[in-house]
Design a protein around this ligand. Sequence first.
Ligand code: PLP
Length: 389
Amino acid sequence: MRFVDLSSQQRRIGKDLKSRLRAVLDHGQYIMGPEVAQLEERLAEYTGAPHAIACASGTDALLMALMALGVGPGDAVFTTPFTFVATAEVIALLRAVPVFVDIEPKTFNMDPGRLRHAVTTLQERRDSIHPMPRRIDWETLTPRGIVAVDLFGIPAEYEKIAAIARENNLFLVEDAAQSFGASREGRKACALAPIACTSFFPSKPLGCYGDGGMCFTTDKAMADLLVSIRVHGQGADKYQNVRIGINGRLDTLQAAVLLSKLRIFPDELEMRGKVASRYHDLIQHFHAPVDPPSVPEGCTSAWAQYSVLARSDKERSVLRARLHEAGVPTAVYYPTPLHLQAAFAYLGYQKGDFPVSEDCAAKIFSLPMHPYLTEAEQIHVIRNLAEGS
Ligand SMILES: *Cc1c(COP(=O)(O)O)cnc(C)c1O
């Protein structure tokens, strides 16, 4: 059994994929070829975000967004410690300080109540209600913005988070690397904040055959800035450099792959939803000793991962070993929350600062998830999970 099955998908799109790749080889515009603009147009349409700017990875999308927002030294940016490292890494790369905010135990997304505490703490310069980085002069930081993450495919609580951003004059970025295709209150992921970033890493819900990403924005001026930053801060022509940028372009071949996969994406999304609800039913039916994920009212998930909580760290090891024996691959996203990672030790956070993230990191693991999982395979997974408990 595969954790993610890209070969069934490839068989399905094979003919269309080959003809699109052939077309790129024929026109030879490997950098910023017509497929890139076509993809931007299609994904803007799909998500409902007015502007889409393709780039080289999800990490570059986040970096470009923060560069366009002028994030730099002395800035504090609020995000969660229970995410892929890139979310906080780009904040640190720009010499700003990631101020971590703990998550909600049900969705694994940023807890708006705790976000409010963190913002108040910085504004009032008192750390009695929120754990702040101990090795940083955090009292001198300027609160600048929020990067909310749609973990495992479920959108964060944007109504509450956006209200906090508005009241405190903070920018809001949606890290939608795992949620492309999800929705909240009828709006699609990538259009839930003024700026959103997604990733086309092969295993993401919409993935290419290499690295790729995209920024989305509601603001034309921001879109123009992102276009400039994507190619070395170019001005009216490419040999005029008006700001510091990066080489953040998406390859034309990857855009062609994505255009091909986009044709079946809505169907695949539906299939992922069916797989997820079947897991849910099977977990109840076999009394498997795990908590299944729950999607909040008004939301749909892109099901980037199907992550469950074991009762303890120890029990997780036992369950994963049992599944491994039965030929079922599992993974742990994420075993160490970012505030306890060596790379962020310079901030001076400690164990105990973000107990919900730490507890989830100890108990969470993900089951195989892709549109082509069969019912028989899922029964095999959950039977083995339930066995002996
Ligand atoms: C995958 C991911 C990224 C980074 O995307 P890449 O394309 O791998 O650079 C950022 N944030 C989250 C939450 C992710 O899952």
